[in-house]
Design a binder for this molecule. Structure first.
Ligand code: HEM
Length: 490
């Protein structure tokens, strides 16, 4: 097992900051590269209160992270040849037309409707704090420093403080399943592992991945690093700009909570004595867990508080002989992470091997007020006819060593594929693109296997909507010093 160089890695890779419930994400433009590099140099310092939080510390008051788009790296003066050596996805951007089409970012999700992301921000600054007051103070301080240092704050993305019940806006407990990485503290806890820990290279560049290889890493010509900030590549022909860094995928999605619950209440044919119970049952089939978190494979007929945090479940033995009558193949969590039963693989071991190569570390935060603070479906349903004002949703963020093989593959081949698991008109019920007929690629159905007959839900509207997004590079500390042209200690 390789040892993670924690002082060189941004801490967001190893922790989601559950103890820092308040957060704000600033999208920045670099207007003066020289001044901006000065600010970034200060972010590399230790102990002055404004440095980037590294993985070797577990902060209990604030944390700060910084990431860059390809145009941002260019703007900051990183040599063009180095920027071009980054993953193609980063260089081209999330909104590149062919990519947008393959991700299903069409119709209401089309980049032409986005509020940000087509005009690429240069830098993303993520600030986390233990409460709203500390967050406001910290953000104020940073904004003043940024505006005085050649940056322009394009927009500040606010998040709602993490709830004690960890619920996202539809009312389901979130943040339960995160892949465990070799070398991290969580790897020591066998109870949370659905198989064994993942190779670090799946999530951090410069380490072996699940192929026992190193993911491609951006490089800098030897002459372009005269100060010697960066380590040599393994063959010694260039400098490694990627080591200890990773890619960050950011998608801002709004959620139509009244529309979701109205659909569930109006259409559910799941078992239940009343409208609310039936609505919850259908919503849970769509997610793959009950609102309290219990996975359907572990508790098919009711929510179970004793199972609310479990993540060591699998599908093959639990649900295959039931033909996924407990948790539908098309449920959000089963599409996003099919674990040990990927229907296109012919046995359990092949599934595990395949699925382990398509994981992501999710670090999303919710934004906007809840439709009902109680998160009680009865209160949601009382507001079912309220218009969707697009004011609440999820800042979906995930970290991956390979954008194409991990995030994009999952989004394209599992989330949005109408043919996933031999279905032919379905898409992920929560986040999939729901195309109604006469679109030749109809994908507005959800199939619920059941005995004696499966139930088909048709004409599903779009419950989430993509309103902005971009790919970023979250550098390791040596790479950040290189980008900042940080003077090396004598
Ligand atoms: C508004 C948008 C979204 C909502 C409301 C949502 C909701 C949820 C919920 C409630 C869970 C179950 C809790 C857990 O296992 O941690 C979950 C899990 C998950 N979601 Fe999402 N999600 C959204 C967007 C996305 C996106 C864009 C992706 C990636 C393409 C994604 C990938 C996943 C994955 C990989 C899991 C873990 C599955 C597992 O390991 O069992 N989600 N999501």
């Amino acid at each position: 097992m390789e040892t993670l160089a924690k002082p060189e890695i941004q801490g967001l890779i190893v922790r989601g900051y559950g103890r820092l419930p308040s957060a704000q994400f600033l999208l920045l433009e670099v207007r003066d590269a020289v001044l901006a590099r000065g600010y970034l140099q200060r972010l590399c310092e230790r102990g002055d209160g404004i440095s980037v939080t590294t993985a070797n510390v577990s902060p209990d008051d604030v944390a700060l992270h910084v990431a860059f788009t390809a145009p941002g790296l260019v703007q900051l003066g990183v040599p063009a040849s180095a920027v071009e050596s980054f993953a193609r996805e980063l260089v081209e951007g999330m909104d590149e037309p062919t990519r947008a089409m393959s991700l299903g970012d069409q119709g209401v999700n089309d980049p032409e409707h986005w509020t940000w992301g087509r005009e690429k921000p240069h830098v993303l600054l993520l600030i986390y704090a233990k409460d709203e007051l500390m967050l406001a103070e910290r953000v104020d301080r940073e904004r003043t420093a940024l505006e005085a240092s050649g940056f322009h704050v394009i927009v500040a993305k606010h998040t709602a403080p993490l709830r004690a019940d960890q619920k996202e806006h539809f009312g389901w407990k979130d943040g339960l399943s995160t892949p465990i990485m070799e070398g991290s503290e969580r790897a020591a806890d066998p109870h949370e592992v659905w198989t064994f820990p993942f190779r670090a290279g799946e999530f951090v560049l410069g380490y072996r991945n699940e192929y026992e290889a190193y993911s491609e890493s951006p490089t800098v010509a030897l002459d372009d690093d005269p100060q010697g900030h960066l380590p040599l590549t393994s063959d010694g022909t260039a400098k490694d700009l990627g080591r200890n860094g990773t890619y960050l995928v950011y998608r801002e999605m709004t959620q139509d909570v009244p529309g979701f619950w109205k659909y569930l209440a109006t259409n559910s044919r799941e078992p239940g004595d009343d409208e609310v119970t039936r609505a919850i049952a259908l919503g849970s089939k769509m997610v793959g867990r009950w609102p309290g978190g219990a996975p359907l494979v572990a508790s098919p007929s009711h929510d179970d508080p004793a199972l609310s945090n479990i993540n060591d479940f699998t599908y093959h033995d639990e649900d295959q002989h039931h033909r996924s009558t407990a948790c539908p193949f098309g449920a959000h969590i089963r599409r996003a992470n099919p674990r040990d039963q990927l229907p296109s693989e012919h046995d359990r071991d092949d599934s595990i091997e395949m699925v382990r190569k398509h994981q992501m570390i999710r670090r999303g935060r919710v934004f906007g007020p809840p439709l009902a603070d109680s998160m009680d479906p009865r209160d949601f349903l009382a507001k079912r006819d309220e218009p969707d004002l697009g004011v609440r949703g999820l800042h979906f963020i995930c970290l991956v060593g390979h954008i194409g093989r991990q995030f994009e593959f999952v989004q394209r081949a599992w989330i949005n594929s109408p043919n996933f698991a031999a279905m032919f008109r379905d898409a992920d019920p929560i986040i999939g693109v729901h195309r109604p007929p006469p679109d030749p690629n109809v994908s507005d159905e959800f199939t619920c296997p059941a005995e004696p007959l499966r139930r088909k839900y048709k004409g599903m509207p779009q419950f989430t909507r993509l309103v902005g997004g971009a790919y970023f590079f979250l550098p390791g500390m040596r790479a950040l010093r290189f980008i900042a042209r940080h003077p090396l200690p004598l």
